[in-house]
Design a protein around this ligand. Structure first.
Ligand code: FEO
Length: 404
């Protein structure tokens, strides 16, 4: 019989989720260098027991085993579904079958999704809204509406007596290592990377959530991915900054080069920006990691794109990077473009349209024929100085999103 390791968060709260050490991609677009975890928490009051979120369906068997080790699974009273995405709710059918008394607790939108995705019957659902409470006997769960973090139905669950916030995707980090924040040295970087890829598009909703949490007594944050925060203030502070769109004197330079001409322009620009005191983050798109790029976009004030012309437009990797910018909507204000073509341009025109669409003001652009020569070097140096000036002048004020 398997004896599971089940970390204890407090007297009545246990971490019963799963670690997916081998997974290397999420949603077929998010690289996972350290795998991920699907966190699920069992809250055992004196009278009732509740499971907060489940796990990816592939890990349902282990979840059932861990719950059974602590408490008779068939006696489970509630399953709280903070989020309907299958990495958290995919094992719901297995849990609801093994726990025939259990009632699913979800937001109104969540309940609809539970029915659509997981065939949960109406008579096994309890719909909750902001401020509703569930008494487990000595332990009380309350619910906080947190839409779009990261789907429209998402909510948080708060264990009042212990000050534990179960936040699902919000405050998450993709890693399969560690139990709490003190175990993982690279957690701040992993959390930023996660924020950039998953939550940056919902920055406005995230800001509201952070403000909503400000007055609460939060002693522990128990997210849906990655370690539990026993020292929540650090990640709360980081989220205050990231959701506000506060940027630094920093430029992301994302580029791709086929015959080194664009790369040569990028080198000159990067060195000049650095000499102007700008923090430059270079990403060669042919080899870079999309998670690292997303993390750098969280607080960069400028985005420089470098691309040769391919078939009259941007190189596919540059186009992909700009699509990512369009999708995750980083707070950067300024843009610049560098590129080279063999016999006919077009990349600059394509980039200009995408920059405008992303709300980036073009500080300068250079599209040259063939490898750079003396005048090109002078032009790119001038462009770098102009961009550095814009970056410094625009200060660290936040850029609001257009989201409602
Ligand atoms: Fe971790 Fe939106 O699911």
């Amino acid at each position: 019989m398997i004896r599971y390791v089940v970390p204890r968060l407090s007297e009545g709260v246990f971490s019963v989720g799963a670690r997916d050490r081998d997974r290397r991609m999420f949603d077929a677009m998010v690289p996972l260098p350290a795998g991920t975890s699907y966190n699920s928490y069992l809250v055992m009051g004196k009278k009732k027991h509740a499971l907060v979120d489940t796990v990816h369906p592939s890990f349902g068997g282990g979840l059932l085993g861990r719950i059974n080790q602590l408490s008779e699974l068939s006696g489970l009273d509630y399953v709280i579904m903070n989020h309907a995405e299958p990495d958290h709710a995919g094992a719901l059918p297995a849990v609801m079958e093994a726990a025939p008394k259990a009632i699913l607790v979800a937001s109104h939108k969540g309940a609809r999704m539970a029915k659509t995705f997981y065939n949960v019957a109406d008579n096994r659902m309890l719909l909750v809204k902001e401020g509703d409470m569930l008494d487990l006997g000595g332990l009380t769960l309350s619910f906080i509406e947190a839409p779009w973090l990261h789907w429209p139905e998402t909510m948080f669950t708060y264990l009042r007596e212990d000050g534990i916030l179960f936040s699902c995707d919000f405050f998450g980090a993709h890693t399969s290592y560690g139990i709490c924040d003190e175990d993982v040295d690279e957690l701040p970087m992993l959390a930023k990377r996660y924020f950039g890829q998953i939550l940056l598009p919902f920055r406005a909703q995230g800001k509201k959530a952070v403000e909503r949490l400000a007055g609460m007594n939060i002693k522990v944050i128990a997210p849906g991915h990655g370690p539990v925060y026993k020292n929540p203030e650090k990640v709360l502070g980081a989220y205050r900054t990231w959701t506000s769109g506060i940027t630094e004197e920093k430029a992301v330079v994302a580029y791709v080069s086929m015959w080194s001409s664009t790369a040569s322009l990028v080198d000159v620009l990067a060195e000049e920006l650095v000499s102007e005191g700008i923090d430059v983050k270079l990403h060669n798109l042919a080899i870079s990691d999309a998670g690292e790029l997303a993390a750098d976009l969280v607080d960069s004030r400028a985005i420089v794109l470098g691309s040769p012309t391919v078939h009259g437009g941007l190189h596919p990797l540059a186009l992909n990077a700009m699509n990512m910018v369009k999708t995750i909507r980083p707070p950067a204000r300024h843009g610049a473009f560098l590129g080279s073509y063999g016999w006919g341009g077009g990349a600059l025109k394509a980039a200009s349209e995408l920059f405008a669409h992303a709300g980036l003001r073009m500080a300068g652009a250079l599209e040259i024929n063939g490898p750079p020569r003396g005048k090109d070097i002078m032009d790119v140096t001038g462009l770098a100085r102009a961009l550095a000036g814009r970056i410094r002048e625009s200060g660290d004020g936040s850029r609001e999103t257009g989201d409602g």
